[in-house]
Design a protein around this ligand. Structure first.
Ligand code: B4P
Length: 212
């Protein structure tokens, strides 16, 4: 009888651990144009994780002229952050709609300490947490070049004007970079050189993720 109970308990705990291990949530971090979106798409394919890009979600809403999209447009066109209450609600909806995912790559989220706290609290309600924040380091001039280059074809208002790009970089330094320290205090932050070919950076990221 005791052996039977032990067996049942061990199955329950094994299942619990497997579930927790399977859900690996990674924050891909870095300034605008550091390659978060580019890399997240490849990581999604390799590891079967689901990319959630708040920038893409906002662009989708803007493209459909929804009330949320119209609100986001006011801020994004100037290179400013969309208010936290709008962003956090949208993110939670997306996570809940994708509940079967093995884990998420958060691309461009969290961008403020408020967003980071909201994310941690939200994941805690599911008995989950962020596995790591991986920051791609790229200098300002490289960012400006990349985004102006993308602006030639993307049609994005926030990529076509150097002063807007510089504003995005400044906002990153003031409002977003503290998120790195927030996760560093939990020993979860890592930094990678984001300059080099897309494949080289992808390999660096894979090494970090596999070491988690
Ligand atoms: P996002 O859509 O998140 O994107 P991003 O900052 O433009 O760039 P990303 O780092 O993903 O760069 P990518 O791979 O595309 O944000 C846009 C706006 O949305 C924000 O400014 C804000 O207004 C709003 N927003 C989004 N999330 C928010 C949030 N959480 N809270 C509030 N507001 C929010 O790469 C850029 C270019 O570089 C591409 O052309 C790519 O081809 C090139 N590239 C990539 N890797 C390269 C490499 N290794 N070498 C050379 N070029 C490379």
């Amino acid at each position: 009888m005791i052996a039977f109970i032990k067996n049942i308990l061990s199955k329950i705990f094994t299942f619990g651990n497997q579930h927790t291990q399977m859900r690996k949530h990674i924050i891909l971090f870095g300034p605008p144009g550091s390659g978060k979106g580019t890399q997240a798409k490849q990581l999604e394919e390799k590891y079967g994780l689901v990319q959630i890009s708040t920038g893409d979600l906002f662009r989708y809403e803007m493209g459909n002229d929804t009330p949320l999209g119209l609100k986001a447009k006011e801020y994004m066109a100037k290179g400013e952050l969309v208010p936290d209450e709008v962003t956090v609600g949208m993110l939670k909806n997306k996570v809940n709609q994708t509940s079967e995912a093995k884990g998420f790559i958060f691309d461009g989220f969290p961008r403020t300490i408020n967003q980071a706290e909201a994310l941690d609290e939200f994941l805690q309600t599911k008995d989950e947490s962020v596995a790591a924040l991986i920051a791609l380091e790229v200098d300002d001039d490289e960012i400006v070049n990349r985004l102006l280059e993308r602006g030639k074809t993307s049609g994005r208002a926030d990529d076509s004007d150097e002063s807007i790009i510089r504003n995005r970089i400044n906002i990153y330094k003031q409002e977003t970079s503290p998120v790195y320290k927030f996760y560093d205090k939990k020993s979860k932050s890592k930094t990678l050189n984001g300059i080099g070919s897309i494949d080289i950076i992808f390999n660096r990221l894979c090494d970090e993720i596999e070491a988690l």
